[in-house]
Write a protein that binds this ligand. Structure first.
Ligand SMILES: NC(=O)c1ccc[n+]([C@@H]2O[C@H](COP(=O)([O-])OP(=O)(O)OC[C@H]3O[C@@H](n4cnc5c(N)ncnc54)[C@H](OP(=O)(O)O)[C@@H]3O)[C@@H](O)[C@H]2O)c1
Length: 255
């Protein structure tokens, strides 16, 4: 693994790597593309190193075609290698594989890491409709993640309403909000700083992790809208002040 590892001090400015578990998939690769285009180094994870390598090859081709000269480095790894290589780990796997992914990666996480969970518990996981969610005993997929991760690894829920298709099309402008849920404001600010490296994304603090239940269910509604309107809809919250994250520059002081 050629990625340097260290504490993330300010994700709006530094070039610390971000790891993506399930980075070969629709959301994971779209996110990797946008992060890399924004100059953020990304470790693309997969259960299979070859699939990760293939995903990186395709992403590099897209970045090359778009002429992204200052792209962040893309590195391929198996999921455990990806988790080991970054302080912030984005989880992009289907809900049906959510708990088994945490079980298999349990030993790879270390205290202090932050997991950004984008999982939506769609009923499709149990052969139901993608326009419905299923109940999760803990309240949401993100709370399930929080319960399953080792002590000291924290969870922020985000990205549920951002279309993988739009992320994966560099020529398509983003102009939408990302609702960020978590129990620690500093963690949310850290994730907001990272997400806002991507042009056109604004992160909004949507409250504690228990609010993830509501945010996750918005995706099922958006999927229905997308079918009706043949679109890739996102969401926008109105009436908010312009500076939603004043702590971005000194969030380490807030812990
Ligand atoms: N697609 C969207 O627009 C979108 C938007 C917001 C949120 N989400 C959420 O993000 C998550 C990922 O969505 P997606 O559309 O990117 O899914 P996807 O493309 O179907 O799958 C993502 C990755 O998950 C891994 N995976 C598949 N089966 C697995 C298994 N049995 N165990 C462990 N990993 C497995 C695969 O990676 P490897 O085979 O390489 O390991 C795959 O590339 C979902 O929870 C979804 O609800 C999706």
């Amino acid at each position: 693994m050629s990625v340097s590892v260290g504490p993330v001090s300010d994700l709006s400015a530094t070039s610390e790597p971000v790891a993506i578990v399930g980075g070969s998939g629709a959301l994971g690769s779209g996110l990797a593309l946008r992060f890399a285009a924004a100059g953020v180094p990304v470790v693309v994870g997969s259960r299979d190193q070859e699939r990760a390598t293939e995903a990186v090859r395709k992403l590099e081709a897209k970045l090359g075609a778009a002429g992204s000269a200052d792209a962040g480095a893309l590195t391929a790894a198996d999921n455990a290698g990806a988790v080991a290589a970054a302080e912030v780990v984005v989880l992009c796997v289907p809900f049906r594989n959510h708990s088994e992914t945490f079980t298999s990666l349990r030993g790879a996480f270390r205290p202090g890491q932050l997991v950004v969970d984008a999982t939506v518990p769609l009923a499709a996981a149990v052969s139901g409709k993608a326009t419905r969610t299923i109940g999760v005993w803990q309240g949401s997929a993100a709370q399930q993640a929080d319960e399953m991760l080792p002590e000291g690894v924290r969870v922020v829920a985000a990205l549920h309403t951002v279309s993988a298709k739009t992320l994966g099309t560099l020529g398509q402008a983003l102009d939408e909000d990302v609702l960020v849920c978590g129990d620690d404001r500093a963690d949310k600010a850290r994730v907001a700083a990272l997400l806002q490296r991507i042009d056109g994304l604004r992160a909004v603090d949507a409250g504690p992790l228990e609010q993830a239940r509501i945010v996750e269910s918005l995706t099922a509604m958006l999927i229905g809208m997308n079918v009706r309107h043949r679109a890739h809809a996102g969401i926008r919250i109105t009436g908010l002040p312009s500076d939603l994250w004043p702590e971005h520059t000194n969030h380490e002081d807030q812990r």
